[in-house]
Design a protein around this ligand. Sequence first.
Ligand code: F6P
Length: 324
Amino acid sequence: MKRVAVFTSGGDAPGMNACIRAVVRGAVYHGVEVFGIRRGYNGMINGDIFPMTSHSVSNIVQRGGTILKSARSKEFMTPEGRKKAYDQLMSHGIEGLIAVGGNGTFTGALKFFEEYQIPTVGAPGTIDNDLYGTDYTIGYDTAVNTALEAIDKIRDTADSHDRVFFIEVMGRDSGYIAIQSGIAGGAELVMVPEVLTPIPEVVETLKQGWSRSKSSSIIIVAEGDVEGNAVVLAEQIREQVGVDIDMRVTTLGHIQRGGVPTAYDRILASRLGLGALEGLLEGQKNVMAGIVNNELIYTPFIDTIKLPKPINEDLLRMVRILSV
Ligand code: F6P
């Protein structure tokens, strides 16, 4: 393979730049030409494709976001969109792709291969950590630390005012950010979509806390856990508690997607970027590079898309034990 291209797609994640850097510098090391594609599949369709050199990725290892920009492409979901993308890749002589993203990104790559046999190797880039085939995804550690910093600050004011706080963190279908930031932040309860907590149980936890003279409580809610949002959930709980509680809701939102990547994320992203590139050059296709038990492995896209990544229920149990 003489010419490859790299792109980022789906929700951005801190560490994506470190990953791009590893792909580009790895390609230079192996004597392979490397192109960047801007705005994910949209850029592939529109021909926003440009040659990259070692210098293109100078001074980015420490930056959040993605220098290649990111998008969720509706057009790539259509056969016409994929045809345009294929024509653009052919006109640039690109023989293989490195896709940094999540589920949606890999679903697109798989469909593309079925139609046009362009091999893709993925690197898991999403703050949600919801991909089977890797212990951690790029951006997750930074997002947890960002959420934690906010939780610590909210704890101060919750304590001063004897309040109950519901803090909604990201995780469309996944409670990973919730569980780790909740443990580290000493939350009273963590609510995740993988193991639903019935409202009466939340009420009971609050009441038990008050009976032990707890003056403030923090409940972390993964966005995927609630129908509507944490505001709706908090209102339902207020109704069931039966006493007037001083309660506030904070949604952390997209702050969790930005910021300087942690050392952990930079190192993980570098390993996965180089691993994805070298896998592609060795003939891998339709697989995601991941790190499991500190070993680089490749997992078929279909498994990363279809297989669930179970949450460690022992951790949920621990939250309950430790919040007494
Ligand atoms: O990147 C994943 C994620 O952060 C989810 O947790 C969240 O539901 C979603 O992205 C929101 O993304 P956007 O606002 O870009 O649609």
